[in-house]
Design a protein around this ligand. Structure first.
Ligand SMILES: [Zn+2]
Ligand SMILES: [Zn+2]
Length: 339
């Protein structure tokens, strides 16, 4: 660890704030809040930019709230600790993910499916997130990250990695795995799947030869357009891209009994398709959010796999540019904001 400041406490923070759905984020100076009981304040070192941030800015998720500070792939250091917090130290590096809080008492929390909690709080959506120099988090939902790896390199693991991991587990153990949309999540998952001995088939926007080369460079045995059929039927596929038309396309690429997992929080409408596409016990399901156990499992595994993330850093003030570049598919891997 290098140079955590022990100087006077900051009294102000800066953030890129969404004040109106669809409007650019605004650079804003704010009071640096003190953490309440059970909370920590984290000095943000890096925050990844996720497709979900685009959905937040565009108002595509239910019950959008403004003003809000987006960002839920946060890597930082504990700068202040509220009452009753155990197991975290000032200066310790932590990750703050999308799942910001769960109620602990609803039927889903009780059945160990807190990702489906009836009363959740989501970082960067229903509580302020990491497009900022500082963020308040529920300490129980922050992950200790240790000191291995750079802040910027770790940030994409906090959502693309975690939700990708959950999607991979839910996709089942099949060897031939299709990944639709070769962005931040797929570029991490391709490495995980290869490490597990699976064969990855990468599907990109039709004609995006650069992304297809990127997929092959990450170990994909085949890469092509999402409108193409793979050379052989697949055991499972995970869809990270948003066009609903990918659902029947992916189902068509499945063997009998194959499983298609939709990993995105938002997709456009799924067009009608013949029942034959689903017939023969093909399965279609979605993945929502993450549980803390998903995070612990994946973050323990990530160093063993030696995941190398491909990142494009932006200054915090350039958050709008990073979002625009994500929307246009102008970089490979993940964009990461650095305060
Ligand atoms: Zn709950
Ligand atoms: Zn995300």
């Amino acid at each position: 660890m290098t140079g955590f400041s022990t100087g006077p406490r900051l009294t102000h923070m800066y953030a890129m704030v969404l004040t109106k759905i669809g409007a650019p984020l605004e650079w804003t100076e704010l009071e640096d809040a003190a953490p309440a009981a059970g909370e920590i304040r984290v000095a943000v070192a890096a925050c990844g930019v996720c497709r979900t941030d685009l959905h937040v800015v565009d108002g595509e998720l239910p019950n959008p709230q403004v003003p809000i500070i987006p960002g839920h792939e946060i890597v930082g250091r504990v700068a202040a600790i509220g009452a009753g917090v155990e197991g975290l130290q000032i200066g310790e590096r932590v990750g703050v993910p999308w799942l910001g809080h769960t109620c602990g008492v609803c039927p889903y929390c009780v059945m160990q499916r807190e990702n489906l909690c009836d009363h959740p709080v989501f970082t960067g959506f229903t509580r302020d997130g990491g497009f900022a120099t500082s963020v308040i988090a529920d300490a129980r939902f922050a992950f200790p990250l240790g000191e291995v790896g750079e802040d910027v390199a770790l940030a994409p693991l906090l959502c693309a990695g975690l939700i990708g991991w959950r999607s991979l587990v839910i996709a089942g153990p099949g060897k031939k795995l299709g990944l639709y949309g070769f962005g931040a999540a797929a570029h991490i998952l391709a490495q995980v799947a290869a490490w597990q001995g699976r064969s990855v088939f990468g599907f990109t926007r039709p004609g995006d030869l650069k992304a297809q080369a990127f997929a092959r460079g990450l170990g994909a045995v085949w890469a092509g357009g999402s409108d193409e059929m793979p050379p052989e039927p697949l055991d499972a596929a995970i869809i990270f891209a948003t066009p609903g038309g990918l659902v029947p396309q992916a189902l068509c690429a499945m063997r009998k009994g194959g499983r298609v997992v939709c990993a995105g929080i938002h997709m456009s409408d799924i067009p009608g398709f013949p029942y034959d596409v689903l017939w023969e016990e093909r399965e279609l399901l979605s993945v929502a959010n993450l549980t803390r156990q998903d995070g612990l499992d994946f973050l323990a595994l990530a160093p063993k796999i030696g995941i190398v993330t491909s990142t494009t850093p932006y200054q915090l003030r350039q958050a709008n540019e990073a979002l625009a570049d994500l929307r246009a598919g102008r970089f490979e891997g993940a964009a990461v904001l650095v305060p």
